[in-house]
Design a binder for this molecule. Structure first.
Ligand code: UDX
Ligand code: ADP
Length: 466
């Protein structure tokens, strides 16, 4: 069996960085080099101060601290890392297309294609190329076509090894993975490549947790896993709307149905909507693929999961507006949380962005506090929407470091991320600082509404009538 001694990973983002750090840490005899064209990002990965790593994940800095400089390297020298490696992971971003055919649904594969072309250009020895980024089904074929047509005699074996880590628990998910999926061709060389990658993971995972499939099953499984997870959230969120109209409580319903072992208790937390870089993008991808094959009913079925999510975000914002007497113009609303979930500094597709946008349309004054997200990032997210000018965004939105002082003379607090620290605040003090009637809109269901109501707050929690 081919033994891997040198790995290169193209893309030092939320997936590539943590995954390679764990591989390096668990496989000390393998040299792992993570490369990126973004110099600033690589500099941050190399920063002596481990609190400045570009990705915040519990447990990550400890692992980077142990392995960096020994067998884990971060560099912008992409070509040299490709030349040296026997296995190359492609872990670049694949955002939803914002132009042309498939706009708004299909994945934009330009970064993947650029990587493949670069590998084809510089490689001088045989390589195993591993797709790590989430990709539409049959992308491997496109990568293979590019790689096989270089004419320089180098042989490439393509594997699909989709990532299942969730942000905020990435290190734990990598160290204790339920399963690792490896797709490849069922030829002798394809099998050899699958076994070589399996052996990397078997440094710390039981063999039984490594599943080998054909390429297309592996690619599709990633999209389907995310579609099923997101579907559960949209399902419970749809029920949360009904609970608010009746006297049912969504947590009680979730608990009652989750006790059926066929349904299971996980991923049934009603919320202001799912965010993150994967769910929406992957479902839209699935929708697009189905449409391409003329499977309109299948396509419409999955699209509804995204539409329900949009509805939930809109519903939350509408609730704030209607509770504040149908006008939030000039009213100060404090956001607790901006990241798409706790324990990450990632804000991609965060519900907070869309709730903010809806409130800014009504000329609210927003004050944002998030323990891990920078002001620069908040403004970048709002500017990216292109719904108002950069100057307007800076006029209407302030980003602060003191979550308590921020509430002075505020009309309302909206909880958009479930950071644990919010529960530990002195809510009586917050109440005293705010204008009355003081409102809390809990989009994450983290506060005990009875406690807040006893203090005097008007309290809205997703999935409960108030
Ligand atoms: C997801 C998948 O879980 C992971 O396997 C895949 O590799 C990448 O996509 P991630 O997006 O990092 O991971 O986080 P996840 O924990 O799945 O949460 C996604 C969103 O759903 C968050 O906004 C979260 O707050 C929300 N969510 C999750 C709910 O609203 N309710 C729930 O019950 C669970
Ligand atoms: P993910 O969440 O999938 O890891 P990120 O956006 O966090 O996505 O990271 C992807 C990284 O890939 C970015 O840092 C980007 O600069 C890098 N990247 C994109 N294209 C290339 C390329 N052709 N060569 C090297 N790095 C690339």
């Amino acid at each position: 069996m081919k033994k891997i001694t040198n790995i290169c990973c193209i893309g030092a983002g939320y997936v590539g960085g943590p995954t390679m750090s764990v591989i390096a840490n668990k496989c000390p005899e393998i040299k792992v080099t993570v490369v990126d064209i973004n110099q600033k990002r690589i500099d941050a990965w190399n920063d002596q101060d481990l609190d400045k790593l570009p990705v915040y994940e519990p447990g990550l800095k400890e692992i980077v601290g142990e392995s960096r400089g020994k067998n884990l390297f971060f560099s912008t020298d992409v070509d040299n890392a490709i030349v040296e490696a026997d296995m190359i992971f492609i872990s670049v971003n694949t955002p939803t297309k914002t132009y042309g055919k498939g706009k708004g649904q299909a994945a934009d594969l330009k970064y993947i294609e650029l990587c493949a072309r670069n590998i084809a250009k510089v490689a001088t020895t045989d390589k195993i190329v591993v797709e790590k980024s989430t990709l539409p089904v049959r992308t491997a074929q496109a990568i293979k076509n590019i790689l096989d047509n270089t004419g320089n005699g180098v042989k490439f074996e393509i594997l699909s090894n989709p990532e299942f880590l969730a942000e905020g628990t990435a290190i734990e998910d990598l160290l204790q993975a339920d399963r690792v999926l490896i797709g490849g061709e069922n030829t002798p060389s394809g099998q050899e490549a699958k076994d070589a990658l399996s052996a990397v993971y078997e440094h710390w995972l039981p063999k039984a947790n490594v599943i080998q499939t054909n390429l297309w099953s592996s690619e599709l499984s990633k999209l389907v896993a995310n579609a099923f997870l997101a579907q559960r959230i949209s399902s419970i969120n749809s029920i949360s709307a009904l609970c608010e109209k009746t006297d049912a409580n969504v947590a009680e319903v979730a608990n009652a149905i989750g006790r059926d072992s066929r349904i299971g208790p996980k991923f049934l937390n009603a919320s202001v909507g799912f965010g993150g870089s994967c769910f929406q993008k992957d479902i839209l991808n699935l929708v697009y693929i189905c449409k391409t094959y003329g499977l309109d009913e299948v396509s419409n079925y999955w699209e509804q999961v995204v539409l329900m999510n949009d509805y939930q975000k809109r519903r939350f914002a509408d609730n704030i507006i209607s509770t504040l007497y149908n006008t939030v113009s000039g009213k100060k609303i404090v956001f607790y949380g901006w990241a798409f979930k706790k324990d990450t500094n990632d804000t991609r597709e965060s519900s907070a962005i869309y709730v903010a946008d809806a409130l800014l349309d009504e000329q609210a004054e927003l004050v944002i506090y998030d323990p891990k997200v920078t002001a620069e990032q908040v403004y970048a997210d709002l500017d990216y929407l292109n719904t108002r000018t950069e100057a307007e965004n800076r006029k209407l939105v302030t980003v602060v470091n003191d979550p308590i002082a921020a509430t002075e003379n505020a009309h309302a607090i909206a909880i958009l991320t479930e950071w644990d620290e919010f529960k530990t605040y002195d809510w009586e003090k917050i109440f005293d600082l705010m204008l009355k009637p003081a409102c809390v809109f809990d989009g994450r269901r983290i506060m005990e509404s009875s406690k807040l109501k006893n203090i005097g707050f008007h309290c809205y929690r997703i999935g409960e009538s108030c």
